[in-house]
Design a binder for this molecule. Sequence first.
Ligand SMILES: [Zn+2]
Length: 446
Amino acid sequence: MSDAELVLRSTRVITPEGTRAASVAVSAGKITAVLPHDAPVAEGTRLEDVGDHVLLPGLVDTHVHVNDPGRTEWEGFWTATRAAAAGGITTLVDMPLNSLPPTTTVDHLRTKQAVAAGKAHVDVGFWGGALPGNAKDLRPLHEAGVFGFKAFLSPSGVDEFPHLDQAGLARSLAEIASFDGLLIVHAEDPHHLAAAPQHGGPRYADFLASRPRDAEDTAVAQVIAQAKRLHARVHVLHLSSSDALPLIAAARADGVRITVETCPHYLTLTAEEVPDGASEFKCCPPIREAANRDLLWQALADGTIDCVVTDHSPSTADLKTADFATAWGGISGLQLSLAAVWTEARRRGHDLADVVRWMSTRTAGLVGLDARKGAIAPGRDADFAVLAPDAAFTVDPARLQHRNRVTAYAGKTLYGVVQSTWLRGERIVADGEFTEPRGRLLSRTP
Ligand SMILES: [Zn+2]
């Protein structure tokens, strides 16, 4: 490895071929070789031996609401990417809504890129948005480098990002299919939501009843039907209802091009434990019962669910009122996602390689970054997290880098302490100390 600038050495390196002791050679920000642990290191090469800490590929979080510009009091590129780095995430893809403007035209994309430039501590890419009436903007956005298009089938929560009805979904998806793009869908059916009991107030049970599983199941079935008809590529966002899993498995067996994500909060929290009035737990679709959670884990294990992303969607604390009907719906989990998922995964007998597959390899693949991100392998970017997997900590909101330190995980004891995070061969955070932002703005690879 005489030409390597840097070698990272660990007794536990998670590679696509398995977890083993290895020395990872890095030059010009890329991994050049994965060598035996005791491979000689040339004079002049910097050696970072992390001992028994685990070296894993930096996580790729494809579902983050940065809200910048326009609602920067909710989050922002500076704070979101610091939180990501602190949590072992080296790439995030920003959702097209809750910022002003939303990412629904090329002009708006340029505005967002200009705001993100110079503030990104990790690499940042962008989703576009599919709205009623913007079908003509989709191909230009695709060519400008967005990774795909988000649509809602029910109200999004912000007026400037209206949802698609079934005819609108068909129009947008036909356009996206014409250039073989990707549609990512918030799948809840508005008619089922409208028919559900809407009591409002602080009781979590009432909120859960207002967002029933059949709203999700119906919308997932609609998306499958449209994807099948158009042979289009679709992705179901933040799946919560385990009842939709058989539909998804059957669609995939039938050749439908569908992928599915779920989120740390659906995998680690349960409806039974949400205190009344605790709207830091509010998100849509909602956190459901423990038995539902068990089936989501089973689907991750058997591959029906592809990946795990945060859906980090913060707001200011004042919008998290005690009334579940009117409180902002969104969970802040960016910095804690690796530890939260790992804590529950290890309890269920999974290993860290499973977590890496769900939170890095598959998410990189979802957005077509799998030649650059998502694995410790020659040719990939030298993005790493160094993790002490058996070290525990208690979540103290004061230690979060999120702009608003409201979290559903406060007080929980989690396993997995991120020792340092590396982006293209540079350590970007260690022990809470950050370098200047070195993240790049990513575009879809043609
Ligand atoms: Zn979201």
